[in-house]
Structures are given as C-alpha cells and as structure tokens.
Design a protein around this ligand. Structure first.
Ligand SMILES: Cc1cc2nc3c(=O)[nH]c(=O)nc-3n(C[C@H](O)[C@H](O)[C@H](O)COP(=O)(O)OP(=O)(O)OC[C@H]3O[C@@H](n4cnc5c(N)ncnc54)[C@H](O)[C@@H]3O)c2cc1C
Length: 318
C-alpha cells in the first residue's frame, strides 16, 4: 500500500481517496487524476495532512471549488488537499467565515442580514478561501475592501494577518506569493443597509452574469487579468480609447479583440464569439489544446501591442 495514503488514512476526520479525477472537481472539466485527494472540515486534521504531505516529499497543493484551475491532461502527481469547513457567523457588522464556504453563500448570508459590502460579488463561483487568495472582485469592488483579518497556517503555526498584512492588490494577495500558506477563515466588516435593495443589486448582477457565463459553461470566467491603466507602457496607455477604461482598468478583452481572439478555437476549446477573454470547453476539450490556445493569444497580443497578458487562472500539474 502507498505509505502516504496509509498515513493520511490514519488522520481522524479526513476523507482520502486515490487516483481522484480532477476533471470532476474543476469547472473546466478537463485534466487527469491526482495521485491522492484528501479533504476535511477540521483545521487540526488539515494541518496533520499537510505534515504528512510535506514529510512524504511529494508535491501537494490546496484547492477550493476548482473554478479557476487548469489541470494538466496528465493529472497531478501529488496530493490535492481541500479544506471544506463552511461555517458563517455574524456579530453585528462583523462576519466570520470558514475558507471552505461557498462565496455565494456568504454573499446571501450578508444580504439576508441587511449587511452591505459583498453584493457586487454575487455570482462569482468558488470558495471564500480562494476569493481571499485571489482577491476576487467584480463591478469595481473586491473582497479585500471588506476583509478585516485572515486566519491561516504558515507552514509552522496558525497566524492572523490584518488587512494591510494581506498585501491585497488587483487579483493579488500575499497568499499568492506563499503557495504553502493555507487560509482557514476570514473576518469581514460590513455595513448596515436595506436588505431588499442589496438583494436587487445582487439579482441584477447575477442575471447579467448568467447571460455571459451560463451556469453549465465549462470555463474559468476570465482567462486573463485586466490591466491597470497606470501600469501599461505609456505609449500603449495613450492609445487606449477613454471609453474602454473602467475603474482604472483596461480589459484584457480590448487587446484580445483586436488580435482576432473572438471565436478562435483549438480542438473542443473555444474563445466565446461574444467575449474575447472567455475561453470554454465545449465538452471534449483537453488541457493541451487549452494551453496552446492561451499561448497563441498571448503571442498575438505581445506581437501587436508589446504587452504581456497574465493568466488569472492557476495551473495544476504542469
Ligand atoms: C463563470 C465564472 C465567472 C468568474 N467571475 C469572476 C469574477 O467576476 N471575479 C473574480 O475575481 N473571479 C471570477 N472567477 C474566477 C473564480 O471564480 C475565482 O478565482 C474564485 O475565487 C476561485 O475559487 P475556487 O474556490 O474555485 O478556487 P480554486 O479554483 O479551487 O483555486 C484557485 C486558487 O486558490 C487557491 N486556494 C483555494 N483555497 C485556498 C485556501 N483555503 N488557502 C489558500 N489558497 C487557496 C488554490 O491553491 C488556487 O491557487 C470566475 C470563474 C468562473 C468559472
């Protein structure tokens, strides 16, 4: 028997499996198997599993809802870990939430209690932990604006970071630079507001989202990050029409459209005909085709504009 599997199996409250098909755990629905997969609601068990993973010398990583992952066709020769605790608690305007909670559940929880600050995140798929990790956001707002503190494991002990310590930036946080740090929970500070008005805002957003990203679409939302206007080379920034700039950002789709991205395809992987930064798997897509299409898009934009598109998605097993 696999020694690591045997050790993981001894940890209480940990569900372990081998040869886990990651295509079934990811929204893109592509990619091979993880050698081992383990999940738990318990912080203690998760830390024990991490210790086993580290001692095994094998590769390991943590995943959330799998909505922002591209998994290699060859799978992940390592241990995939998932923290699945989902508690959400409120005390006045403060809300504490486990990393494994579904972001939409947190949004709904806040709205139902007449707490404002998360309603524009309505419809963003995935877990709260990953939303903090990637500073998820939409409509000009990001989760970072509401995070008070984050409880995480730094490889040695469980610690807290306040908002400044998280070093949030557009789709960035300190956690992205420390791949071995695991977020267990976060505390947010919200503001009182009318629940009906918040619900209307959220519903309107979800309606628009569902048209752009049908719920059954096998995709990761936007493939590439948008650009901060201030960080583009001056000559490129000067050529961007004013009407394209939104909340200080230039959509990656602006550049992609001009290099003919819309409707491009490779195998069963397609760029949407209505949105140049949306790539989806029509059913039989492979990670190889997806990566080749991404590389082609990056090369075209680099050649024509001299700027480098950066993926918002995370790669697994490459
Ligand atoms: C249709 C669609 C629309 C989308 N729209 C948006 C949008 O408007 N705005 C936006 O910001 N994003 C958007 N996304 C992207 C995605 O929803 C977010 O990136 C989301 O936060 C990913 O959550 P997840 O739980 O699925 O993470 P996963 O895809 O499982 O993982 C993403 C990353 O988070 C890390 N991670 C997960 N959990 C933890 C943890 N507990 N501790 C440390 N690291 C962790 C993983 O290691 C991985 O690197 C969209 C995706 C889809 C499919």
């Amino acid at each position: 028997m696999d020694l690591t599997l045997a050790r993981l199996s001894e940890i209480p409250n940990l569900t372990v499996s081998r040869d886990a098909p990651l295509s079934a755990y990811t929204r893109f629905a592509i990619g091979g198997e993880a050698d081992l997969y383990a999940e738990t609601e318990s912080v203690e068990s998760f830390i024990q599993a991490l210790a086993v993973a580290r001692a095994s010398g094998r590769d390991y990583m943590v995943m959330g809802g799998g909505t922002n992952l591209i998994v290699s066709d060859l799978g992940f020769r390592g241990i995939m870990l998932r923290f699945v605790a989902q508690r959400i608690l409120a005390a006045g305007e403060r809300v504490a939430c486990d990393a494994g909670a579904v972001l939409q559940d947190l949004v709904d929880f806040a709205i139902d209690r007449g707490l404002a600050g998360l309603e524009t995140l309505a419809g963003i798929p995935g877990s709260v932990g990953a939303a903090v990790y990637g500073n998820a956001g939409a409509y000009g707002y990001s989760i970072s604006e509401r995070v008070r503190q984050v409880r995480f494991f730094d490889g040695e002990c469980v610690r807290m970071l306040d908002n400044a310590g998280c070093e949030f930036h557009y789709r960035e946080s300190v956690f992205k630079r420390h791949k071995d740090w695991i977020i267990f929970s976060t505390e947010l500070r919200l503001a009182p507001a009318d629940a009906g008005a918040l619900r209307k805002t959220a519903d309107d957003i979800v309606k628009v989202r569902n048209e752009k990203f049908p719920v059954t679409m096998k995709c990761a939302g936007s493939i590439f990050k948008n650009f901060l206007l201030a960080e583009l080379p001056a000559a490129v920034a000067a050529a961007v029409p004013e009407k394209v700039v939104r909340e200080g950002k230039v959509p990656a789709a602006y550049f992609l459209e001009q290099v003919g991205a819309k409707g491009m395809s490779r195998g069963d992987i397609h760029v949407a005909t209505y949105h140049a930064n949306l790539i989806y798997n029509a059913g039989g897509g492979t990670a190889a085709d997806l990566c080749a299409l991404i590389a082609e898009l990056k090369a075209r934009v680099r050649r024509q504009f001299g700027v480098e598109l950066e993926e918002e998605v995370q790669y697994v097993g490459f």
